[in-house]
Design a protein around this ligand. Structure first.
Ligand code: ADP
Length: 370
């Protein structure tokens, strides 16, 4: 009994057989009860009741009833046999995909993320199989991202940590003297680690959609001014010209001021970083009739077309070398994209190619006039 309770296959099989058994029994019982009266009525209709004796009539009726029962028993047995055959075939067709999904989910749980089930037909079970495969694909992708993230984080931590370690060893062995220059170098590496850790925290919050935004109507000119004034000195020091052209009387947009300024500082900072002295960065703001568009063009090193689709991926850098002083970790654009999208906007990048500058454009929905 327990065996039956635990297996869907048995339950289905028994239900098929039960249906046919109930059908046969009702047929037999109905035939047994109804046949004598039906025969009598038919014979009476045929006029036999008038000429033949009652004994002869009941003899014929009995013979007929026995013959009928015999036929019904043979037909019933054949129906039962066919039901067993068809039932076991159908049961297998239904239970097999479920068993396959069960086996696949067990293997996925054990870490084999490439496991998939075969899809047969177009019914609900096939649909279930397809959504199972979609789920398995998502799990595999999430796992791959997790693995990559851990690898990237370890890689990012290794460089500054080994720098710090070798300086400390040099100081301990008195190969190095604790000069202000050495200590400043150490401080620089530690700051880089701190930046990385806070970027990572920010990234994980952004990816989980957990960044809380304090939305209020904002003027584009105000946030651009705030970001520009924070970086003005650095632009001056590197001799990169920074100009802004914002259309007057632009409609306001709904946003978190600090977050939008953070995005602008990231984009302007990149413009500065990837532009040689003597170059320029231009900020342009306009309304295209539907959305606000803020573009940041630079005359810098540009982005080769094969890298463009990836620059918003986490840890992606066109120049893979980590020797660039104060070099970023390739997370800034990922966070910026998440922040712009959290405002219902879009962040895109364009570049004609190496040495020909780059443009980043933020599109933001405006506050409706109503
Ligand atoms: P990073 O901190 O490394 O600058 P980002 O996420 O801000 O990280 O940028 C990712 C990569 O995109 C950079 O490493 C760089 O290769 C490329 N990139 C970003 N902005 C520019 C730009 N204005 N000009 C050229 N390349 C850029």
């Amino acid at each position: 009994m327990k065996q039956i309770q635990r297996h869907l296959g048995w339950k289905l099989f028994i239900s098929y057989v039960l249906v046919i058994v109930v059908g046969i029994v009702s047929l037999l019982v109905t035939a047994a009860i109804h046949t004598p009266t039906a025969i009598e009525r038919h014979m009476a209709d045929m006029g036999m009741g008038m000429t033949d004796s009652a004994g002869m009539m009941s003899g014929i009726a009995l013979d007929f009833q026995q013959a009928l029962s015999e036929v019904l028993v043979v037909a019933g047995s054949l129906a039962l046999f066919t039901a067993v055959m068809v039932g076991s075939f159908l049961t297998r067709r239904i239970v097999q995909p479920i068993q396959a999904m069960h086996a696949a989910s067990t293997r996925i749980a054990a870490g084999h993320y490439d496991e998939r089930v075969d899809i047969v037909g177009e019914d609900e079970l096939a649909e279930l199989g397809r959504s199972f495969n979609r789920m398995a694909h998502q799990i595999a992708q999430t796992e791959e991202r997790r693995r990559l993230l851990i690898g990237n984080v370890a890689h990012e931590l290794r460089t500054p940590l080994s720098g710090i370690k070798s300086v400390i060893e040099g100081l301990q062995d008195e190969v190095l003297a604790p000069t202000p220059q050495i200590l400043a170098g150490l401080e620089g590496e530690v700051s880089r680690l701190q930046r990385l850790v806070s970027d990572l925290e920010e990234l994980s919050r952004a990816e989980a959609g957990q960044i809380s935004l304090e939305m209020k109507p904002i003027k584009l000119q105000d946030v651009v001014n705030a970001a520009v004034s924070r970086l003005a000195l650095q632009f001056e020091e590197k001799r990169v010209a920074l100009t802004t052209t914002i259309q007057p009387d632009l409609p306001a947009f709904l946003g978190d001021e600090a977050r939008i300024i953070q995005v602008l500082i990231n984009l302007l900072g990149n413009g500065l970083q990837y532009t040689e002295p003597g170059g320029r960065v231009e900020v342009q703001g306009r309304f295209n009739g539907e959305q606000l568009e803020l573009s940041i063009h630079d005359s810098g090193i540009g982005i080769p077309s094969e890298h463009l689709p990836h620059i918003f991926d986490r840890f992606y850098r066109v120049d893979k070398s980590r020797t660039r002083p104060g070099g970023g970790s390739g997370i800034g654009l990922t966070i910026s994209k998440h922040l712009v999208e959290a405002h219902g906007g879009r962040l895109s990048a364009k570049s004609p190619g190496t040495g020909q500058g780059s443009s980043f454009t933020i599109s933001l929905p405006v506050v409706s006039a109503s």
